[in-house]
Design a protein around this ligand. Sequence first.
Ligand code: PMP
Length: 400
Amino acid sequence: MREELFADRVQPDTPSRLEGLFPQMDFDDAITFTAGSPAEDLFPKEAMQQAYLDAIAAEGAHTFQYHTISGPEELRSRLAVRAQQKMAIEGVDADNVMLTAGGQQGIDLIAKLMLNKGDGLVVEAPTYVGALSSFDMYEPTYYEVQLESDGMDVDQLEETLKAHNNIKLVYTVADFHNPGGVTMSVEKRKRLVELANEYDFMILEDTPYRDLRYVGESLPSIKHFDTEDRVIFLSSFSKILMPTLRLGWMVAPKAVIKQLYKLKEAADLEVPNITASAVNQFLAKNDLDKHIEGLIKAYSGKRQAMFDALAKEMPEGVEATCPEGGFFTWVTVPDFINTTDLLYDVVTPKAHIAYVPSKNFYAFKDHTNGMRINFTGLTPDQIADGMHRLGGVLKEEMSK
Ligand code: PMP
């Protein structure tokens, strides 16, 4: 067929944002820092298996039937309670909670709801690559705002808002940023909401890592400060239970959810009932917070191993963020090093390791001296070994 028959948004010659993020490695001693995946040995396998059985036992053949677009009310009620208790989001009930096919579908549906071609969309620089791949489909005008050690540069955001009156949506990963590793301060959360009220835009607070805090106190969500129904809070079970559930959830104004259901209906009719019912059973019979405590314990050790290895192995002039939670640290190298070229030409073929190079995390793919490094998918020994190899390559490159 002729590619001209495809819609403009497809752009057949442009690779997917997620394609070729990092090289494949089939070396025996390969160590990969690329993953955004939770550690498999921490999945609650037996409890989830039991939850599926319980769901089927409770509903019989009806489990496998079409259900409603909104999914089980009991699950949405549990999540509304969780939003109040853990995220400090007050005054919400089951009808403020929408279930989605992973957080990813939440991002996609919100973009579809809000963005006409050319509408202004603010993203952090860097930002979550999967969000960019959704956003691209709606052909927005991107505005990048620098990510700082305490979250997005809200002064730069205000300048951008003053200069462009087409901005409808600001997308932020406020807790344990993917890929940046940083967390937005309380002051910036408040200021962001004030700016939304003043300049009339919506905020998408995407926070799948929020429960995975290894040090320090949990901060109120941005949604907590929302005074004019401008914040959509988005979460997911992928990082704290299992990604294969493909179950995300958001807390949003009812009027927003009403419109989003039209879009979800068009996309996939409903949340798979067996998944939603099984997760509901899981939450009824297990202590989710206790499970999360186990994850925190395991991931804290890996985080410490990563900090120790970075301190020991990285040459002067290489900087890393210091995440208080989540999965990633962001490493910046001197700007004469292009981390994509370095990865494909040297790091993977010679040192048998891989990271995700920075250019993938920028709307305009124009930032070339950073790398996203995952610390949750490996053992402390692998982290030490892998960072030793990376440090060796960087020392060599930087002394050329
Ligand atoms: N947002 C962020 C910041 C993520 O890192 C991810 C997964 N890597 C998602 C959303 C989507 O995750 P899921 O669809 O599995 O919930």
